[in-house]
Design a protein around this ligand. Structure first.
Ligand code: PRP
Length: 171
């Protein structure tokens, strides 16, 4: 495994994101929807850095299962419980890889008449950013190809507990 981001670099990214979000949502009490399971560590750090009035909720979706490639299908495991109508929704993602999960989630939330929907992702592939620069409103870091683990992100449900972010290298 190769470390691509230390916990210090992650903390710096989370702080920078929080500063921008706090400014943009001042006076708005946004609803942060955490995309489980991968984004739970990121959400926990982000809301403490935000330190502003907000609400949180969770949605659980899965497309990778135990493998390293997307199944091409985003399976809804557990839906949001809050009423999103009229709310300023911020989707909180750990990583945007193909962008499929994000597309499905955005459609789903937009269908419920929120006041606004934006996306905050800690990591995203450079390829997605190049082809769809508008897809992510708040981005921590662009990352090159390679299977990423740590800081909530898994491979076959392992490695989520790692404080740093790593890329798995071919054997
Ligand atoms: C991962 C990750 C994102 C999604 C990104 O979730 O946490 O939600 O894939 O991939 P995409 O941009 O190609 O759609 P996964 O399906 O592995 O579930 P998990 O969060 O429970 O690990």
């Amino acid at each position: 495994m190769k470390r691509i981001l230390s916990r210090r670099q992650v903390r710096y990214s989370v702080r920078s994101l929080a500063e921008r979000i706090r400014e943009d949502y001042a006076g708005k009490r946004p609803l942060l929807i955490c995309v489980l399971k991968g984004a739970f560590v990121f959400l926990a750090d982000l809301i403490r850095e935000l330190n502003m009035p907000l609400e949180i909720d969770f949605i659980t979706v899965s497309s990778y299962g135990l493998g390293q490639t997307s199944s091409g299908e985003v399976r809804l495991v557990h839906d949001v419980s809050a009423n999103v109508t009229g709310r300023h929704v911020l989707l909180v993602e750990d990583i945007v890889d193909s962008g499929l999960t994000l597309d499905r989630l955005r459609e789903r939330i937009l269908g419920r008449s929120p006041a606004s929907v934006r996306v905050c992702a800690l990591l995203a592939r450079s390829s997605v950013l190049a082809s769809r620069p508008e897809a992510i409103d708040y981005l921590g870091r662009a990352i090159p190809p390679g299977f990423v683990v740590g800081y909530g992100i898994d491979c076959g449900e392992d490695y989520r507990y790692l404080p740093d972010i790593w890329v798995l290298e071919e054997e």
